[in-house]
Ligand binder design. Structure first.
Ligand SMILES: NC(=O)CC[C@H](N)C(=O)O
Length: 464
């Protein structure tokens, strides 16, 4: 391999944007070693939404790319309490490989570099249960259809004690200046780590929940955004640890408190330009843009078990939480699952849709695949745009509210996923069945538990 990818060849080792070409691994390894890197961690996010890693010494970088490191198929169905929800295909026999993407190599802590891994068969062949590979596949489908999707991620989290218990809330105020200034050393550390990693930070601010903050990441290719979401969680977690803090991305860290969303923004362009602006439809959508919104709204109940499928997710996904508990769309409607954001001077990234129903338990690769896949489905089938909901959906007549409400229980959301040929078309049977196994295991374990006990069990598992 002679071609050298910018970003891993010079003094700089950081994510490189859209991936192209190959990497001179010997040169990249030398750069990392010069920067004091001793270990490379390769991560994969399992179907319960937990990021797991294998590590190699820096001198085995090439093997991590070319041969991969061994992982049992059961890696995909580990659960939040580290039980294993075996399926007929994902069990104790066989072997898969974690192969890192060297174009994403980034130094994340003293002596440690990170890269996301795809899970492959031993010989490098496609493993259909790999979430990262599935997202790449869905993005490829979009390209073949002449569409260019971009996604941007918002990550909400609550600062906690390192053991997961609550911090003192005496001084907290929603979006509070003092709330932010009180943890300014942590926030400025987050900014520095993102800058060093080449991770484009759009906003970092106190949210409305107690000790809740949000970082948002600029729009990019959906695979890059999902990789960056994993990286962002690592960097936020490391910054928190350095300041004696813990961090919870759980959908509902404390029952009765604010939930953590993992909203994703989507824009789409075809050869003629952006599909969510420049047309003659509602809010200047083009026919493709309208069909994409229709696809997301129509398919949301089928994919809820992937986007917000944990035991805790229904505690967050309720009216009044700005979490998008209704399968409808509306211009700048923060209670609609699909918030449409028009092209205005206040929005330099252009028109896009924000899917608010996603929470911090969702695998970011599957969330991206579901969102892009639903938009493609709407375009493929030329679905008609449902009427806009321009008001808070709780104010609608009861029959409309009931029709639009997303599932209020985990069981209902999972049964809808199980029965959905659309979800199986977008994500494949291995991913749908693995997700169901993991979430049903969670339901059996925590479904009847006191919400405080369930929340405690989940509090730190989605942080890195
Ligand atoms: N500002 C917001 O959009 C709040 C979002 C909310 N915390 C959620 O769970 O989705």
């Amino acid at each position: 391999m002679t071609q050298v990818e910018p970003g891993v060849s010079g003094a700089d080792v950081r994510p490189t944007g859209a991936v192209a070409g190959s990497v001179d691994l010997a040169a990249a390894g030398a750069v990392l070693a010069d920067r004091g890197v001793r270990i490379v961690l390769g991560t994969a996010v399992d179907m319960s939404g937990v990021t797991r890693a294998k590590g190699v010494p820096i001198d085995r970088l090439e093997a991590f790319v070319d041969n991969g490191m061994g992982a049992s198929p059961s890696w995909n169905v580990f659960c939040v309490d580290f039980g294993i929800a075996f399926t007929p295909d994902l069990g104790v026999t066989g072997d898969l490989r974690l192969r890192i993407d060297p174009t994403r190599l980034t130094v994340v802590d003293a002596g440690v570099a990170w890269a996301p891994a795809s899970i492959t068969q031993q010989d490098g062949g496609v493993f259909t249960g790999c979430a990262r590979t599935r997202l790449a596949h869905v993005v490829d489908r979009a390209r073949v259809a002449g569409l260019r999707p971009l996604t941007g991620a918002e990550l909400e989290f609550v600062l906690v004690q390192p053991d997961g218990s609550a911090r003192s809330r005496g001084a907290w105020q929603g979006y509070g200046v003092r709330t932010a200034l009180d943890v300014a050393p942590f926030l400025t550390d987050v900014q520095a780590r993102f800058a060093d990693a080449g991770l484009p930070l759009e906003q970092v601010h106190a949210e409305y929940g107690a000790d809740q903050f949000e970082v948002s990441i600029a729009p990019a290719d959906p695979l890059l955004t999902a990789d960056r979401t994993v990286l962002a969680r690592i960097l936020v977690g490391r910054a928190a640890a350095r300041h004696g803090l813990g961090v919870s991305f759980s959908p509902q860290p404390f029952p009765g408190g604010a939930g953590n969303g993992a909203h994703l923004h989507l824009s789409l362009a075809d050869a003629a330009g952006p599909v969510f602006s420049g047309g003659t439809g509602p809010h200047r959508m083009t026919p493709k843009g309208a069909a994409a919104v229709a696809g997301i709204v129509a398919g949301l109940p089928d994919l809820q078990g992937v986007l917000a499928g944990s035991v805790l997710s229904p505690l967050r996904l309720k009216p009044g939480n700005w979490a998008g508990a209704f399968a409808c769309w509306g211009l700048e409607n923060r209670e609609a699952a699909v918030r449409f954001i028009g092209a205005t001077a206040g929005n330099p990234h252009g028109a896009n849709v924000e899917l608010k129903a996603i929470d911090g338990s969702a695998n970011p690769y599957l969330a991206g695949a579901a969102l892009v896949g639903l938009a493609l489905d709407g375009i493929d089938r030329d679905l008609p745009l449902p009427p806009e909901v321009p008001v808070d959906p709780v104010t609608l007549p009861e029959a409309d509210r009931e029709r639009l409400a997303l599932a209020g229980s985990q069981t209902e959301a999972l049964d809808a996923l199980d029965a959905s040929s659309l979800a199986r078309h977008i994500l494949g049977d291995a991913i749908v069945d693995g997700t169901l196994a993991v979430r049903r295991y969670e339901h059996a374990t925590y479904g009847d538990a006191d919400p405080e006990a369930a929340a405690a069990a989940y509090r730190l598992v989605f942080s890195c």
